[in-house]
Structure formats: C-alpha cells, structure tokens
Design a protein around this ligand. Structure first.
Ligand code: HEM
Ligand code: NAG
Ligand code: NAG
Ligand code: NAG
Length: 320
C-alpha cells in the first residue's frame, strides 16, 4: 500500500496540472514530520468502511461541506457549545452529515505518532481520498499544509452549500463562486455514486416531477411516503441505484436512464449544457475518474489557512 500511494503521488504530479497550482500546499508537507500519515489515514478508513460501508460516502461529503464554507479549514468539525455556534446545525448539515467519530479516531491514531503536527483539515482531505480509493480505485496526490480554523460560520454553510432543489444554472453558479467550473461541478457530483439520501431531500422529485423514469418513481415512493402521510422523512435510499458502495460510473448510468434521486442530480442530464459530459462519464469510467481526481484537488485548494494562520487543533471538535 505504501508503494502504491507513493506511485500515485509521482504519477499525479506529472499528469495533474493542479498538483502545483497552490504554492502554499504541498503533497510533501509532512514527509519529514509525519511520513506514515497517509498510511495511518488509509488504514483507519479501511477499518471504518469494513464496519460500515456507507462511511466512505459520509467522509467524502464532510470534506465537500468543509471546503465550500470559507475554505478547507476543518470548520465543519467544530461542535456547537453554549458560547460557540458551529456549522453542524446549518440546514444542509443538520441531521445529515456524519462520520465525526471516524475523524476523531484517525486524529487520535495520528497523534500517537505525530503529536501536535497534523491539522484536522489535512486529515479530512486525506480521509476523503482514502474513501474513494477504498471504494473504487481513483487516487490522487493530496496537497497538504492546511491549518485549522478558530471560527466557523453557520450562515455561510446555509448560503454556500447547494440545495437538492437547485437547477442547473444555480449549481453552476454556486460552484463558480468557489472557483470550480461546470465540468468540475459535474465530475464532483459523481460523488453521488456512493452514499444515501433522506426521503425529505428527494420527495418532491419522485412525486411531483416529470423528468424521472416512470418505473423508478414508484420504486422510491414505496420507501418514501408522500407529503400527506407526514411520515418517513428520515428513510434513506441510495443515490446510485445499483452500486451505492462502489465508486464507479453507476451514478451517471442512472442519470442517463432518468434515475437520478435528487432533483439536482437529474438537472445534470435534462437537456442542458452538461448532457454530453454526463453521457461521456456514463460510458467512460476513466474520463470520470480523472476529472474527479482533478476536481477534488481543486476543491481541496479552496482558501486554505497556511503559515501561521489558524492552528493545529488538538481535538478536531474544539478550538485549542
Ligand atoms: C452538486 C451539488 C450537490 C448537491 C445539491 C448535493 C446534495 C446532497 C444531498 C441532499 C444529499 C443527501 C443528504 C441527506 O439526505 O442527509 C447528499 C449526499 C451526499 N453527497 Fe452531495 N450534493 C452535491 C454535491 C456533492 C459533492 C461535490 C460531493 C463530494 C465531492 C458530494 C458528496 C455526497 C455524498 C458522498 C453523499 C452521501 C453521504 C452519506 O451517505 O452519508 N455531494 N448530497
Ligand atoms: C500530545 O501533546 C499534548 C500537549 O503537549 C498532550 O496533552 C497529549 O497528551 C499528547 N498526546 C499524545 C497521544 O501523546
Ligand atoms: C434556477 O433557479 C433560480 C433560483 O431559484 C431561478 O432564479 C432561475 O430562474 C432558475 N433558472 C432556470 C433556468 O430555471
Ligand atoms: C406536489 O405539488 C402539489 C401541488 O402543487 C403540492 O400540493 C404537493 O405538496 C407537492 N408534493 C410534494 C411531494 O412536493
């Protein structure tokens, strides 16, 4: 595994232009101070996923919800207290984001060998990469050296994270606001090849919308009762109908047959600018995997705290 990882680092730095786009972050940031870091993260993620396959998806999503809210600074990991309002109870996160115990476990495993050295923001970036690698096969070199925020913003979490009701132009503009183009947006949406969503996030799509496969809608309605019942909000269904625990092109195949679970998913193939790319990804896994890896590096470079800004948190849930 160690040689696999270093091989990927070499390859990615040659092929991914984004490898050197952020002068502040470097894949070799902890090479001297914590050389086993990637291995510790991957091994802990492997244990977590073997205990619960969905955990890979949950960790990948945490990284997205960190980076889109004032940059990849581990702000999403901070707990609310009587004197501190974090992001966990923002509307897109509340009752939804998960995996904090796994990040805690990785952090404490890392602290044993590299005490006080590695930021929670970098742990999240490496854990997201490990999740994808363990559930499929893409990997990429992760630029490192992020530091942890001393603040969080519930209002930015409410504003910056796209809702499942968003149309294509809203999705494109919300990603553009983070420096990500439409191709990045569509590739990153391929994260929905793993994981689950709650009925409350897709009810309108399966009951009231027309751009949906007529056999898929009743299938999902069976587990997600209509609004009149007042029940079932928390029932979950897979975002990728066939292989929700495999990082593959299944999500895009689903979109092509109008089996996207969220309204926002099906917007990517609904007669608009992303149709051709969705069709490409649905038949060409390598094209998807390469674009996804590239876009993950770009997303990971959003507004990091570096140098003497921020801190290296002792506990990912609280500022020092
Ligand atoms: C394009 C705009 C996006 C929208 C509107 C969106 C929305 C959602 C929603 C509503 C859920 C279900 C949450 C719940 O029911 O509690 C979800 C799940 C998920 N999202 Fe997204 N998402 C988007 C982009 C992304 C991106 C860029 C990533 C990562 C790179 C991502 C990764 C995930 C994963 C892995 C899950 C499943 C999590 C789990 O099973 O715990 N999403 N998303
Ligand atoms: C790491 O260092 C801190 C502060 O010096 C100390 O409180 C903590 O117990 C150490 N943790 C480990 C795992 O050695
Ligand atoms: C997309 O949604 C936004 C915000 O709800 C709305 O202003 C806009 O008109 C919509 N665009 C299209 C093409 O439907
Ligand atoms: C579907 O639309 C009808 C009429 O606009 C509305 O009453 C109902 O609540 C909607 N159902 C869902 C699931 O959004």
């Amino acid at each position: 595994m160690a040689s696999e990882i270093s091989l990927f680092i070499v390859i990615s730095c040659i092929t991914l232009s984004s490898c050197s786009t952020n002068a502040q972050l470097s894949p070799f940031f902890y090479s001297r101070t914590c050389p086993n870091l990637p291995l510790i993260v991957t091994n802990t993620m492997r244990q977590a996923i073997s205990k619960e396959p969905r955990m890979g998806a949950s960790i990948l999503r945490l990284f997205f919800h960190d980076c889109f809210v004032n940059g990849c600074d581990a702000s999403v990991l901070l707990d609310d207290t009587s004197t501190f309002t974090g992001e966990k109870n923002a509307f897109p996160n509340s009752n939804s984001i998960r995996g904090f115990e796994v990040i805690d476990t990785i952090k404490s495993n890392v602290e044993v060998v590299c005490n006080g050295t590695v930021s929670c923001a970098d742990i999240l970036a490496l854990a997201a990469r490990a999740a994808v690698f363990l559930l499929g096969d893409p990997s990429w070199s992760v630029p490192l050296g992020r530091r942890d925020a001393r603040t969080a913003s519930q209002s930015a979490a409410n504003t910056n994270l796209p809702p499942p009701t968003a149309n294509l132009s809203t999705l494109i503009s919300m990603f553009a606001a983070q420096g990500l183009n439409a191709r990045d947006m569509t590739a990153l949406s391929g994260a929905h090849t793993i994981g689950q969503a709650r009925c409350t996030t897709f009810r309108t799509h399966i009951y009231n919308e027309t751009n949906i496969n007529p056999s898929f809608a009743p299938l999902r309605q069976a587990q997600c009762p209509g609004p009149a019942s007042g029940a079932g909000d928390e029932n979950i269904a897979p975002l990728d109908i066939v292989t929700p625990n495999r990082f593959d092109r299944g999500y895009f195949l689903g979109l092509v047959t109008r089996r996207g679970l969220l309204h926002s998913d099906q917007e990517l193939l609904n007669g608009g600018s992303q149709d051709a790319l969705v069709r490409l990804y649905s038949i060409n896994y390598v094209a998807f995997a390469n674009d996804f890896a590239n876009a993950m590096v770009k997303m990971g470079n959003i507004n990091p705290l570096t140098g003497s800004n921020g801190e290296i948190r002792n506990n990912c849930r609280v500022v020092n």
